[in-house]
Design a protein around this ligand. Sequence first.
Ligand SMILES: [Zn+2]
Length: 340
Amino acid sequence: MNERDDAGCAALYFDGVHARAQRVRLHVAGDRLEVRGEQVQRALPLADVQWPETTRHGALILRFADGASAEVEDRAGFARLAAAAGVREGLVVRAQNRWSLALGALVALVAVVALLVTQGVPLFSGWLARHTPPALEANLRDAVLALVDSRYLEPSRLSVARRQQIRDALLERLAQAGEGGEPPEILFRGSRIGPNALALPGDAIVLTDELIELAPDFDGVFGVFAHEYGHVRLKHGLRGLYEALSLTMLAGLLFGDYGNVVAAAPVLLTTLGYSRAREREADLEALRLMRAAGRPPEAMARMFEALAGARAEAGRAAPPIAFSSHPPDAERIALFRSAR
Ligand SMILES: [Zn+2]
């Protein structure tokens, strides 16, 4: 391994006593490092040479056991010298160690980001949804309502008296279920997307005339209303919005000018829809409220069936946040049918 290295390598030699540098050439001969210059001729055991790490910038300095040193600028020459001395392997190993260290740091970083995204963002979004200023939520509500009004809805054909009667009946059931606090705002609209209901930010729920006309009984209307109320109370819209906007936008929303976010949010909110987990949460909330109000959960199952029949006739596709955009599967129907 330790072959004669004839080419050698130019270096500046310091004897460790004087500051003056001497021009020398370094050679590897057998198990010795030879230092040859006009005023210095040495042959040191390779074991007494401390080799520098090659990845550092600047000059490479070999240090000798007696305090002398040699500074090499010629990196190619140094590589040849190191190879002849058989230290290449050691250098490569060190480089690999550093690489695996860097890889480890990268993996750790990815893990932290993943944890942030899977745990931190939902937690933070939930916190932010609960602490969103009412004025901002009201702005969002108006913007989302304007958007769905222009694309999917039209004015309600129900009389003012009829709307108030339905509103009173729904809020009465909510009160029977023991729900205190500020009641949600209930809005009525005609529909271009069939029988439907929507939950908006700012605790507002839209019910369509078509949904009320379709319902086999009023408990079915209450079931759908209670599902939307679940979305409202659990702040599903805002949470989903904040999660989608992610941390960068959240920082702007919290600390900066949130005008742009408010402008982009309504479209995002209507197109996002809710996750399956949130639909299930809203269903469970509906079930809880129906039971607590003493209404048969079975009414919700009958409502699902009536909606399934009407879906084929519905005109244009409803936005993902609309009730009809997440049709009930067998599991959802069974949840209400088997409940007492
Ligand atoms: Zn829903």
